[in-house]
Design a protein around this ligand. Structure first.
Ligand code: URA
Length: 216
């Protein structure tokens, strides 16, 4: 598992602003910080992808350089992932993308396990591809797992890179227990726990609402 804030970097400032109640209600800034963390995590993930030597024509002759062998497929879990996904796609210029609409059923009683519903999927063929599955909050891990189950209708990927801004240990464990496809979890920060409503503690609140406003 890769945890970005285990090493001090400018990313800590972006994460701090996402969580800070005196800053996080500035929606444009909230979205921008998610995008910036997405960009940094895309850079980190890129280091783990296969590269091979290629020749390019420079102004003063041929240059041999290592370039990515192929582009990953980026899958965004709507709606909260939109700005975070933008950061990832900013760096993987030529990647194909897919979109999944996942939401928490709001009917459960306080403390009941969350139920995730999917109501939309538009994704390319993912057979033998490296997938980057993007959702800023890895809380229970259920929306990630449900998204993966639906994605498998479009082929079996070679690897899945699971990318979040903030993760909870419960979600990390859920994925480790249930995902048989080779994968790695990448996160900005690994927080303490989930509360009885399955929100990440300390977390940042509701990422979708902070980015786009409350929904009814
Ligand atoms: N989704 C959020 O937006 N926040 C959490 O803490 C958990 C899931």
């Amino acid at each position: 598992m890769f945890i970005l804030n285990q090493k001090n970097s400018i990313a800590n400032h972006f994460l701090a602003e996402l969580r800070d109640v005196t800053v996080q209600n500035d929606r444009m800034r909230f979205r921008k910080n998610l995008e910036r963390i997405g960009e940094i995590l895309a850079y980190e993930v890129s280091k783990s992808l296969p590269f091979s030597k290629r020749k390019i024509e420079g102004p003063f002759g041929e240059i041999s350089t290592a370039l990515m062998q192929e582009q990953p497929v980026i899958i965004s879990v709507l709606r909260a992932a939109v700005p975070f996904y933008q950061g990832i796609i900013n760096f993987f210029d030529h990647a194909d993308s897919g979109f999944i609409g996942a939401y928490r059923e709001e009917v459960q009683e306080k403390g009941e396990p969350v139920t995730i519903s999917l109501n939309y999927m538009a994704a390319p063929d993912i057979t033998d591809k490296t997938i980057i599955l993007v959702d800023p909050m890895l809380a229970t891990g259920k929306s990630f797992m449900k998204s993966i189950q639906h994605l498998l209708a479009n082929g079996t990927p070679r690897r899945i890179e699971i990318v979040s801004a903030i993760a909870a240990p419960e979600g990390v464990a859920h994925i480790a227990e249930n995902l048989a496809i080779p994968h790695r979890i990448w996160t900005g920060a690994l927080d303490e726990k989930l509360n009885s409503n399955s929100y990440i503690i300390p977390g940042l609140g509701d990422a979708g609402d902070l980015a786009f406003g409350p929904k009814i």
